[in-house]
Write a protein that binds this ligand. Sequence first.
Ligand code: FAD
Ligand code: SF4
Ligand code: SF4
Length: 427
Amino acid sequence: MNTFENVLIIGSGVAGMEASLMLSKAGKKVYLVEKLSLIGGKTIKNEETFPNMDCSTCLVAPIQQEILQDQKIDVMTVSTVQKVSGKAGNFKVTINKKARYVNIAACLGCGMCYPVCPVEQSNEWEENLINKKAIYVPCSGSLPNVPVIDADKCLRLNGSEECNLCVEACMFGAIDFTEKNETIEIEVGGIIVATGFDMLDVSEIENLGYKKYPGVYTAMEFERLFAANGPTEGKLTLRETEKIPESIAIIHCVGRKEVGYCSSICCMYSSKHAQFLKHKLPEAKIYNLYSDICVSDKTYQKFQKNVAKHSSKFIYRDDKSELEITQNDNKLKVSYQNNKGIQDAVTVDMVILANATVPSNDIELLTDVLQIEKDKFGFIDTQSFRIGSVVTSKPGIFVAGCAEGAKDLQSSVLQAEAAVSQILSMK
Ligand SMILES: Cc1cc2nc3c(=O)[nH]c(=O)nc-3n(C[C@H](O)[C@H](O)[C@H](O)COP(=O)(O)OP(=O)(O)OC[C@H]3O[C@@H](n4cnc5c(N)ncnc54)[C@H](O)[C@@H]3O)c2cc1C
Ligand code: SF4
Ligand code: SF4
């Protein structure tokens, strides 16, 4: 007997969400497993998306809502895949679903429980730019809009029985400390891995001054800074000084040498950042320091050229020589070698590092569980030269989106559609 009618999708970014909806419409039962407490992936960290500067929330929220309301999609948040056995058409999967300690059906998402919690911890979803409590939603507008309790940080769950503050604050009786971690067994015919990407940690690259100088930001930190639902509610003020920057340098290709490949999306999102800055701070001086311009889509070149003409000064830097960032009197000096081989510099208030995209941090564990191969960079390997760009080394398991390598939204969705076609053509 096979279980082609059931499909497992791991990761709920744009790729996982697109695949889930398509498969549900084709009549399949979908199990969507997401390790975080919310669905949507990295796109919901963006305020606007290139190339049309569309509002990301307006693009993604209706899809998230549709997923959550779809009777054929079983959304499992705070969950991970622990074990997979069997073969295409008949996989047996063990899922570990952590307790949320908040009853999803009873919670109205009113937010009364967070302010009373005495615990403070760094909010990594917000790129550690602000803190969160032990009971939290990662950001406002999270879907499902239901908090989760961090079992490692909650005082009550760690022996301090007296703490009952969130329970007392909740008028709907939604907090439930009797919830337990669950082990769920399912059977599926096919699997799509859509676990996305992470960003290279650039604090190890000394000459960039990241974490040393407060005016140096990563690209994802900047995304949260300019998001209306982010830590500063979209106010572009520098950390520590709270000053509005008057000059900004955006550095492309950061960590490209370290990872050994072009991340392919940084030129576009760095151009997006420049356009956004020009719009928000028309008087600011903006520089994009690039070594290569990688803009492949037919509309992307026009977008980048337009930014270079109207919003930012694009400066070539030779990446054979190391770039160096130093600080003096709250001003950051970015030194680089120009196209004539001469050392040059720009002095600015803020630096945004377009750091490389890398495989998601638990890819080792997942590829071991699924018994699929990785490529030499650590992304999920595909048989692209033989059969197709979404076919992994194991029959019945497909990959979509940035789990296969860095790409934009459009290409992530295209791969999700291709993976769905592969699932639907399995016999
Ligand atoms: C700074 C920046 C700006 C960008 N701006 C744009 C833009 O303007 N326009 C554009 O087209 N593209 C943009 N991109 C690219 C865009 O973010 C990606 O194309 C998109 O996020 C890829 O979606 P995905 O579903 O493959 O992965 P993700 O969005 O990374 O989603 C993966 C999901 O899988 C979950 N997950 C990971 N591991 C596991 C696991 N083991 N078990 C369960 N769940 C797991 C994650 O929590 C996450 O929810 C930008 C990228 C960056 C870095
Ligand atoms: S758990 Fe209760 S207080 Fe907290 S958001 Fe839900 S309904 Fe509101
Ligand atoms: S019980 Fe835990 S989550 Fe609730 S307020 Fe106390 S420490 Fe915070």
